[in-house]
Design a protein around this ligand. Structure first.
Ligand SMILES: Nc1nc2c(ncn2[C@@H]2O[C@H](COP(=O)(O)OP(=O)(O)OP(=O)(O)O)[C@@H](O)[C@H]2O)c(=O)[nH]1
Ligand SMILES: [Mg+2]
Length: 363
C-alpha cells in the first residue's frame, strides 16, 4: 500500500468509528497515524514548492498576508491600504502571483502580501493553492478576507489553513517533551487532563517513535494538540477576519452576518473607502509592536526614529534586527525604561524589553 492508500484507509476507519468515551483512545491513535502519514506525504514535495512569484522577499518590520476565495476584494484592499498597485477585476483569479505592498503606520513598515484566491481543497491539491497557503505559513498576521454575501467562506479558509499546519489565534500547547535513549516514558501533568488519558498520550508518542523520555503537560490539551506538539511543524499565527464590500448591504444585513460568523470581524468597503483607517489600526495593534530607542554610548538616544519590534523581543532579537550577525558581537546592554529598575541598568542578551525602552548595546 502506498502512502495515499494508507491515508485513505485510516480516514475511512475514522469515519466509521463512532466517537464516544470508549473509542476516544482508538480515535486519538488514528489521528496520530494520519498526521504522521500526511507529514511524510508532504515532505519530498515541500522543498521545490516555491516557484516564481511565490517566495516573496521579506521587507519591513513584519509581513501580513491576505487570504480569501477569488474575487472577494483582496487586491482592492491591498491597493487601498498600501502603496501597491495590484491588478483587480470582476472575474476569478485575477491575481496569479504574490504582490507585495507596504503600509507605513505609526513608524512601522508593514509588508502586506496580496495572494491569488484559494478554493476549498487547496491544501490537499498539488497546484497553486498549496503554494499560496505555504506563504501564509510564514506570515506574522493573517487577514481572512470574506465577501459580504459569503460569510460561510470563513470555515473554508480556516480548514485549508488548518490542513497546512497553521493554528490561528492560539498559542503552542504548554507541553515539553524531553527524549532520552532509555528508561521508559515518564508522563507528568500539572493539571487535570479531561480530554485524553495518559495511556493515549503514551501510545500517540509511541506512534512517533518516542519510547523514552519525560513529558510534562501543563494544560488540559486534546489529542489534536498533542499531535501538533509532536509533529513540531505547526505555525501559531494571529488572524483577523475582514468582511469586504459592505457598501452593497444595509446595516440590518450586517447584524444577521454577525450572528452567522459568530466571532469578531471588521466590516469594510475597500471600494468605497469605509473603515479603512480602523483596519490599519487593527493590523498595527494585532502585530503587537513596541518601540525601542537606540542610544549609542556617550551620545543621546535617537528619539525620532524608534526601532520597531514585536512585543516579547529580547536584546538578542533587537541585535538581529539591526544586523543579522550583530547578536554574536553583543556582550550586554544598558537599558532605561519600564523593563528595568534603574536608569542604564546592565542586562543580559535574554532580557525582554518593553515599549519605549532606551537601549545601548555593548559589544
Ligand atoms: N462593491 C464593491 N466591490 C468591490 C469591493 N472591493 C472589491 N470590489 C470588486 O470586486 C471585484 C474583485 O476584486 P479584486 O480585488 O480583484 O478581488 P481579489 O480577491 O483580489 O480576486 P482574485 O485575485 O481573483 O482572487 C472587483 O470587480 C472589485 O472592483 C468593495 O468594497 N465593494
Ligand atoms: Mg486579486
Amino acid at each position: 500500500m502506498g502512502l495515499p492508500e494508507k491515508i485513505k484507509a485510516i480516514e475511512e476507519e475514522m469515519n466509521k468509528t463512532q466517537i464516544n468515551k470508549h473509542t476516544e483512545h482508538h480515535i486519538g491513535l488514528l489521528k496520530a497515524k494520519l498526521a504522521k502519514l500526511k507529514g511524510e506525504l508532504d515532505q519530498p514535495r515541500s522543498s521545490n514548492q516555491g516557484g516564481i512569484g511565490f517566495e516573496p522577499k521579506k521587507s519591513g518590520d513584519c509581513s501580513v498576508v491576505l487570504i480569501g476565495l477569488p474575487s472577494v476584494g483582496k487586491s482592492t484592499i491591498l491597493n487601498r491600504v498600501t502603496n501597491a498597485k495590484s491588478k483587480t477585476g470582476s472575474y476569478f483569479f485575477t491575481t496569479l502571483k504574490v504582490v507585495p505592498g507596504v503600509l507605513e503606520y505609526k513608524g512601522a513598515k508593514i509588508q502586506l502580501l496580496d495572494l491569488p484566491g484559494i478554493i476549498s481543497g487547496a491544501s490537499s491539491g498539488s497546484g497553486r493553492g498549496k503554494r499560496v497557503l505555504s506563504v501564509a505559513r510564514n506570515a506574522d498576521l493573517i487577514m481572512l478576507i470574506l465577501d459580504v454575501f459569503q460569510p460561510a467562506q470563513l470555515k473554508v479558509l480556516k480548514k485549508e489553513l488548518h490542513n497546512m499546519g497553521v493554528r490561528l489565534n492560539t498559542h503552542p500547547p504548554d507541553v515539553t517533551i524531553e527524549k532520552s535513549s532509555r528508561g521508559g516514558l515518564g508522563i507528568t501533568s500539572t493539571c487535570k487532563l479531561t480530554k485524553l488519558s495518559k495511556a493515549t498520550v503514551r501510545d500517540i508518542l509511541n506512534i512517533y517513535g518516542i519510547q523514552h523520555g519525560n513529558v510534562i503537560i501543563r494544560e488540559d490539551i486534546s489529542d489534536d494538540e498533542l499531535i501538533d506538539v509532536v509533529t513540531g511543524n505547526r505555525r501559531y499565527i494571529p488572524a483577523i477576519v475582514v468582511l469586504n464590500k459592505i457598501d452593497l448591504v444595509n446595516p440590518e444585513y450586517l447584524v444577521q452576518v454577525k450572528k452567522k460568523i459568530g466571532e469578531e470581524f471588521t466590516p469594510i468597503s475597500a471600494d468605497q473607502k469605509i473603515n479603512i483607517e480602523d483596519l490599519k489600526e487593527l493590523i498595527y495593534n494585532k502585530l503587537n509592536f513596541i518601540r525601542v530607542y537606540l542610544k549609542p554610548r556617550s551620545k543621546e538616544a535617537d528619539l525620532e526614529e524608534p526601532l520597531i519590534v514585536t512585543a516579547g523581543s529580547s536584546i538578542s532579537d533587537i541585535c538581529t534586527k539591526i544586523h543579522r550577525k550583530f547578536s554574536e558581537q553583543a556582550k550586554y546592554a544598558l537599558v532605561s525604561g519600564t523593563s528595568v529598575k534603574f536608569k542604564s541598568q546592565r542586562v543580559g542578551k535574554d532580557h525582554i524589553v518593553q515599549d519605549q525602552d532606551i537601549v545601548t548595546i555593548v559589544t
